[in-house]
Design a protein around this ligand. Structure first.
Ligand SMILES: Nc1nc2c(c(=O)[nH]1)N[C@H]1C(S)=C(S)[C@@H](COP(=O)(O)OP(=O)(O)OC[C@H]3O[C@@H](n4cnc5c(=O)[nH]c(N)nc54)[C@H](O)[C@@H]3O)O[C@H]1N2
Ligand SMILES: Nc1nc2c(c(=O)[nH]1)N[C@H]1C(S)=C(S)[C@@H](COP(=O)(O)OP(=O)(O)OC[C@H]3O[C@@H](n4cnc5c(=O)[nH]c(N)nc54)[C@H](O)[C@@H]3O)O[C@H]1N2
Ligand code: SF4
Ligand SMILES: [Mo]
Length: 693
């Protein structure tokens, strides 16, 4: 029997940012086994439980299989099956109506975490349709790191795990569970076995913290204060790279004066980290070269995301770790179509002036609309009305901060289209639901446009079920129906071929190769400087005044001021078995993590008369949810680590209870957001606890 299995090489996708090379065993148009590929560029044989379970998504009986049109009231759950041509026509007609009354900008194109090239095809559709409003979750995911990097040093500095580092400073990143964007934990763990040291900054003792030389258990939401204290120590003690600082940085003197205000002794109160530990960690980082900072979501899920990313980029710079092997590097792209060309940015040169967030004076170079501002536009028509939305690869009702605001906004729309693989709480509010094909079911390219310097092949392996179609194919059809046909293709695979054209490869040839990677070149600044206005790393931002930005990173206060009615500090981390709100319907994964769990310290529990396994109400000023208690001595007694992304596919999807009762974003708010990226506070907010019932 084993002989009938055909093995195909591809890359894992959609269970997180993806990237592991995998071997897929196929028999009779069905996937029967998956294993890690020893030749995988990013993983060298590693595979995680989500990757192993990923084929189970394809065959689930409740998968969406046909286009649906709402027949009852919005959210009532009554649908009729329609044909694809009806679906495409209905979407095109309704968006055209909105365009006529409110302009193309009245339609928003919303993307969740980018999963493949569908994100960029969506931007192309928006550009050709004439809407500047592509919305994404980047406000809390990568934009703060990427865009701050662009302003500070001209590129997005990513940790280089492909060359040895003496030390990796893991800052708010739980790599062994999340394998975030191109950084698969197995490569880091291999280095640790070879002697690379770790310092971990995390309120929880993560698996990497368990292997670290130093673990800094900071108060959630105080990363910028801690990073400023690192800068204070390194500069006061003269531990920086003098040559680099002198020749390659702008504004060192100003930074040095400025960080005098942030000594570890003073930052202890804010961060809860002992001054001696801060000093030691800063010294070890500065003295271990090359060192990489592996930074995660935690640094960009509060209003001070910009300052935190500025402070950490400054740390990389003054210690001489930018663009050196084993440090934080600027990846070199392979020869493929540049992003701007692929998305047809040329058709819409005035886009920057018209985007919703431009009216909120966000930071230049922010490409997508922050969800806080999208919903303001829908609900308050500020800065102008948005009446229609196309949502792809996203579940905003669970993923955006302040779920009740999202509910209100989605209900306010004249026309909502959701493309998903499963009926979700968001899809259940749509006028049209489109059944998407997913990973393994169509040709795709991974990691395009993410700045990591490679693209990965994900060839089609099996046919999609029912009438499911790839997002790329759906968007190509919508493009033909809604915008001039010349921008689209007869065969959606030609979008992939166009992207690959500069490499001289067709998609099948690329799929044969598996990946394309730019050359490994380092210290590019030696020949061409840094791509900033001063040509140097801008420790002091030369454009600060022009753009209304703070020139130097600051600590401007806690995410929320302490409040005795809400004495605990709430944070969260991602579930190793799920992707955000996705896949709780996959049995193998659900068995591993059956229900939402909140971690609290035993002392806190006993003071509140709460025991292991109890249901507990977590309350913030915004709302309340219920989760099951797990006791752990490894977090601070004031810290509460709740689960994120929970809804219940096995229960009635039309009930508000389903998406509201355990959903972390019932507790979060967008009343205050960071100016630069529109980022709300997701981590480090005040909460109260009480036994449920
Ligand atoms: N299994 C799984 N993997 C995923 C995802 C998923 O949903 N599930 N999502 C993918 C996506 S889109 C992303 S962006 C990445 C994100 O991947 P990560 O950056 O690893 O994201 P998180 O798990 O949110 O947080 C990382 C760590 O931050 C810690 N933390 C919490 N609050 C704070 C704080 O205030 N400061 C500091 N320094 N640390 C804090 C948490 O304890 C956790 O260990 O993961 C990707 N991979
Ligand atoms: N409180 C709090 N909020 C957060 C975060 C947090 O840590 N805390 N993390 C934030 C981060 S980092 C991110 S990236 C966002 C994530 O936000 P989203 O990307 O919206 O997250 P998901 O809930 O995973 O929604 C993805 C949806 O895509 C569907 N899907 C899967 N494959 C396909 C496909 O091939 N095609 C289509 N059309 N659909 C598909 C899934 O079924 C699922 O419903 O959430 C953010 N929100
Ligand atoms: S770590 Fe991510 S890419 Fe690798 S197998 Fe797991 S889910 Fe897939
Ligand atoms: Mo993310």
């Amino acid at each position: 029997m084993a002989n009938d299995i055909k093995w195909v090489r591809t890359h894992c996708a959609r269970m997180d940012h993806g990237g592991c090379g995998i071997l897929v065993g196929v028999k009779d148009n069905a996937i029967v086994r998956v294993k890690g590929d020893r030749d995988g560029l990013l993983n060298r044989g590693y595979i995680c439980p989500k990757g192993l379970a990923s084929p189970d998504r394809l065959t689930h009986p409740d998968r969406l299989k046909h286009p649906l049109r709402r027949v009852g009231e919005r959210g009532e759950g009554r649908w009729e099956r329609i044909s694809w041509s009806d679906a495409i026509r209905t979407v095109a007609e309704n968006f055209a109506k909105i365009k006529e009354r409110f302009g193309a900008r009245g339609v928003a194109f919303c993307q969740g975490m980018p999963k493949g090239i569908e994100h960029f095809v969506l931007i192309r559709l928006a550009n050709t349709f004439g809407s500047p409003n592509v919305v994404s979750v980047q406000d809390v995911c990568h934009a703060p790191r990427e865009v701050t990097g662009l302003h500070t040093c001209g590129f997005y500095p990513v940790a280089d795990f492909h060359h040895p580092s003496r030390l990796v400073l893991v800052w708010g990143s739980n790599l062994t569970s999340t394998n975030e964007e191109g950084e698969i934990s197995s490569l880091l763990l291999d280095q640790v076995k070879e002697g690379t040291e770790l310092i971990v900054v995390d309120p929880r003792r993560t698996r990497l913290a368990g292997k670290a030389r130093l673990w800094l258990r900071l108060r959630p939401g105080t990363d910028n204060a801690l990073a400023l204290a690192f800068l204070n120590v390194i500069i006061e003690e003269g531990l920086f790279d003098r040559d680099f600082v002198e020749n390659r940085t702008h504004g060192f003197e100003e930074l040095a004066r400025h960080v005098k205000d942030y000594p570890p002794e003073k930052m202890r109160e804010i961060t809860w980290v002992e001054p001696d530990l801060i000093r030691e960690a800063a010294r070890v980082y500065a003295r271990s070269r090359p060192a990489a900072i592996q930074w995660g979501n935690a640094i960009e899920q509060h209003m001070s995301a910009f300052d935190t990313a500025r402070a950490l980029t400054s740390l990389m710079a003054i210690c001489g770790n930018l663009d050196v092997p084993g440090g934080n590097v600027q990846a070199n792209e392979p020869r493929i179509l540049p992003l701007g060309k692929f998305v047809r940015a040329d058709l819409f040169p005035t886009k920057w002036k018209e985007m919703i967030h431009t009216h909120h004076h966000t930071i230049p170079k922010l490409m997508t609309v922050p969800p806080a501002f999208l919903r303001k536009a829908i609900i308050e028509e500020d800065p102008y009305p948005v009446r229609g939305a196309y949502v792809q690869c996203s579940n905003p009702l669970l993923a955006y901060a302040d779920s009740r605001m999202t509910f209100k906004a989605l209900n306010n729309l004249d026309f909502l289209v959701v493309a998903d693989i499963f009926m979700t709480p968001t899809a259940s509010l749509a006028d049209i639901v489109l059944p998407a094909a997913t990973q393994f079911e169509f040709n795709d390219i991974g990691h395009y446009g993410l700045g990591h310097g490679y693209i990965l092949a994900r060839p089609k392996i099996v046919d999609p079920p029912g009438e499911c179609r790839s997002d790329i194919g759906i968007l190509n059809d919508l493009g033909r129906a809604m915008t001039p046909e010349e921008y689209w293709y007869d065969d959606p695979d030609d979008l992939l071929n166009a992207l690959l054209e500069p490499s001289g490869l067709s998609y099948p040839e690329f799929a044969e190769k598996g990946h394309l990677k730019g050359d490994a070149r380092f210290r590019k600044y030696e020949s061409r400087g840094f791509r900033t206005p001063t040509g140097k790393v801008e420790l002091y931002l030369s454009t600060a005044e022009k753009f209304g930005l703070r020139p130097l990173p600051e600590f401007t206060g806690l995410p929320e001021e302490d409040d005795p009615a809400y004495p605990f500090v709430l944070t969260s981390s991602k579930n190793p078995y799920y992707m955000h709100s996705s896949y709780r319907w996959i049995e193998k994964l659900r068995k591993k993590s059956p229900e939402p769990v909140v971690e609290i310290h035993p002392e806190t529990a006993s003071a509140l008369n709460i025991r292991e396994g109890d249901l507990v109400v977590i309350a913030t000023k915004k709302g309340e949810i219920t989760q099951r208690v797990r006791l752990t001595g490894e977090i601070h007694p004031r810290v509460v680590n709740a689960s994120y992304g929970w809804w219940f596919p096995e229960e009635d999807i039309t009930s508000e209870d389903n998406w509201a009762k355990a959903n972390l974003n019932i507790l979060t708010s967008v009343d205050r957001v960071g100016k630069e990226f529109g980022t709300p506070n997701l981590k480090g907010i005040c909460c109260a606890l009480r036994p449920a019932g």
